[in-house]
Write a protein that binds this ligand. Structure first.
Ligand code: FBP
Length: 338
């Protein structure tokens, strides 16, 4: 008996009404294609060691990271998949210094895709969880289309991530709630398993790389001290959960609540140095969180109000339960260094 669950394409056709009609067809085509790519990446990850796909590709990307073979492979498979849709006008990828313009997608309905093909690369060679993160933005018919990506996060048409864990899960939003699907490995199809995800108002866990503690803003340090301090009434201490892959840490946070945080390095308070990239990591996650009733802040600003000035711009993020994010902002305000 076939599984009665909705498939991704069926779910998407139900959501068309909520989408900007001008871009709805393109958004659906691109999401469906990225789901196919995710299934292919899932298969490749499972056999990477057997196919000599672990380790480094030998080059350094614009972010100064050593590129892994799977980073490179992931980028290529995403690019070739987007080429075939005719809906993608340009790709902004972690693995390409400049946007890659796709002529066949340039036009009034063209969509700019921002993507981190393989997120959590430091986990690849140790069989840890990794992900793919993506965001769609209107090109407004621009040619070249890439610069259209540099708008506020509120302009995103759609966003999502894939988490390659024990199960392969795809979570997306088109501005009508946030919904999760699990890959049926037999049918190679994503089926609806987490409809309309709602982030609990408060959580019990926080995710952050505590190894950076000394470079944090004083408000960030005070917040983590607070979360660690036992207090039955407010459900503290929170437990620390950190996987090293944003997609996995965000997935846990959307389902269970709490916080995922990657604050800026404030070793030089005059020059804050965030790590995660705004267009293909931070802004898509913020859209998903807000659509699930959560919040996403830099500590002082709503992430979705941020406007990128360049394609690989970085931004701090505190995302998760609305009350926990508000608490984090309070700590940043009350310990402001200004
Ligand atoms: P990549 O996309 O290059 O993998 O970098 C992003 C990331 O791996 C996130 O997934 C993760 O949250 C973070 O960096 C981990 O950083 P750190 O190793 O500094 O804790």
């Amino acid at each position: 008996m076939s599984d009665p669950r909705l498939s991704l394409s069926e779910h998407l056709s139900d959501r068309t009404a909520a989408m900007d009609p001008w871009y709805a067809g393109g958004v659906a085509a691109l999401l469906t294609r990225l789901a196919e790519v995710a299934a292919a990446i899932e298969g490749e990850l499972a056999h990477a060691a057997l196919r000599d796909r672990l380790g480094y590709a030998g080059d350094i990307n614009l972010s100064g990271d050593q590129v892994k073979k799977l980073d490179r492979w992931g980028h290529e498979i995403v690019l070739s998949a987007l080429r075939g849709t005719g809906a993608c006008a340009a790709l902004v990828s972690e693995e390409s210094p400049e946007p890659i313009e796709l002529r066949e997608g340039i036009g009034p309905r063209g969509i700019v895709v921002c993507c981190d093909p393989v997120d959590g690369s430091s986990n690849l060679d140790v069989n840890g969880t990794v992900g793919t993160i993506f965001s769609f933005r209107p090109s407004h018919g621009q040619d070249p289309a890439g610069p259209a990506a540099l708008g506020a996060g509120t302009e995103q048409l759609a966003a999502g991530y894939v988490m390659y864990g024990p199960a392969c899960v795809l979570v997306y939003t088109v501005g009508d709630g946030t919904h999760g699907f699990t890959l049926d490995r037999g049918r190679r199809e994503f089926l609806l398993t987490h409809p309309d995800i709602r982030v609990p108002r408060r959580g019990k866990t926080y995710g952050i790389n505590e190894g950076n503690f000394h470079s944090w803003h004083p408000g960030q340090r005070a917040l983590v001290e607070h979360l660690r301090t036992p207090d039955k009434a407010s459900g503290r201490p929170y437990s620390l959960r950190y996987s090293g892959a944003m997609a996995a840490d965000v997935h846990r946070t959307l389902l269970d609540g709490g916080l995922f945080m990657y604050p800026a390095d404030m070793s030089d308070p005059a020059k804050p140095r965030p790590k995660l990239r705004l267009l293909y990591e931070v802004a898509p996650v913020a859209f998903l969180a807000e659509q699930a009733g959560g919040r996403a802040s830099t500590g002082t600003e709503r992430v979705l109000d941020l406007r990128a000035k360049d394609y690989h711009e970085r931004a701090a993020i505190i995302v998760g339960s609305a009350d926990d994010v508000a608490l984090a902002e309070e700590f940043h305000r009350s310990h402001s260094t200004r």
